[in-house]
Ligand binder design. Sequence first.
Ligand SMILES: Cc1cc2nc3c(=O)[nH]c(=O)nc-3n(C[C@H](O)[C@H](O)[C@H](O)COP(=O)(O)OP(=O)(O)OC[C@H]3O[C@@H](n4cnc5c(N)ncnc54)[C@H](O)[C@@H]3O)c2cc1C
Length: 332
Amino acid sequence: MRNEVFIAGQGIAGSMLGWACEQAGIAFQVFDPGHKAAASRVGAGLVSPLTGQRLVPTWRFAEWRDEVLAIYRRLEQELNIRLVRELRVERRFRDDRQRDVFLSRIDRPEVAPWIECVKPAALLLRGALQVDTGLLIHHLRQRWLGQGRLREVPWSEAPASSASPVIWCTGAMAPPGVAIPWELSRGEITRGVLPGLVQDTVLNNGHWILPCSRDQALVGALFDRGNLGAGVTAAGQAELAGTVQRLVGRPMHSPVGESGLRVNVPDRRPVVGWVDKHQHVGVFGGLAAKGALWAPVLARQWAGDGLRGSAIENEARTERWIRSSDRRGHSS
Ligand SMILES: Cc1cc2nc3c(=O)[nH]c(=O)nc-3n(C[C@H](O)[C@H](O)[C@H](O)COP(=O)(O)OP(=O)(O)OC[C@H]3O[C@@H](n4cnc5c(N)ncnc54)[C@H](O)[C@@H]3O)c2cc1C
């Protein structure tokens, strides 16, 4: 068992890893200057069984959904907050062609379990989850601050003399000196007031509207790979206003836009594990738009064997990007 591990970054990746370390009895310290730029604060935390224009099964949704739900339920009890909801998704047909594509796929074995019914203008999907990742990282931060386990400074201000390994959970802020082909995209959402929605149903026509408490709703999310520094844009917010109009036929009131950066790699799988043979530097990233689903299970897999890394899901491992000849001794 290691003496202590340092975790740089406390979005959903760093939070779930810290919590999994707690569960496994591994000592840890977290460094994060604040959540202002955290995608986990902006993201909607939606986890859907099927996505895209061809109802593609979300990677590991079927296998991990129930485990993920149980982990968030346990956190709800520990932190005494409401974190997770089970939802339907009303997947509207954009046009006849899309309806034909969807209907041609609903009997496939990987699709059928998630189809609740076919409506005249939509498919109703079951099994989706929504996790309030912003609330979760806020509460774990308060807990670890109170326990002296979290320092509100960037990793560069960590004690230089320490021999403890560091695991980079810094989202879009790539770890220095780690040769992984990160791909960033900017996302925008809008929060506002939109009464009259069915509380347990997400509306989706490629973009989505998520009903929240007290007549609030979120609408999202845009993808932009070319303009990463733009923040919230007038064009993006107008596009989301158009989505609201198309899906419910009325405008959202008091809209406020937010933006954040998602992180992918070319094979669209997470990137988790040690990057050097001495296990001094690790990475937990590439969570794309699936952090709410992937982070809890991958954190449990990594911490569950004392952070050796042998239990991490094969397709998510760092090794696929870092050849063994390159897994050199690393100084962070
Ligand atoms: C608009 C939008 C909508 C989204 N919708 C969904 C959704 O519906 N469902 C879903 O599952 N996912 C969604 N996502 C993606 C989701 O937000 C990410 O998968 C997830 O939040 C990534 O978590 P993370 O911990 O890797 O990174 P982040 O949440 O970005 O956290 C990184 C943390 O590292 C800290 N940090 C950075 N540099 C340093 C440093 N040098 N030292 C110490 N700390 C540092 C930052 O302060 C930050 O707190 C969405 C993202 C966006 C932008």
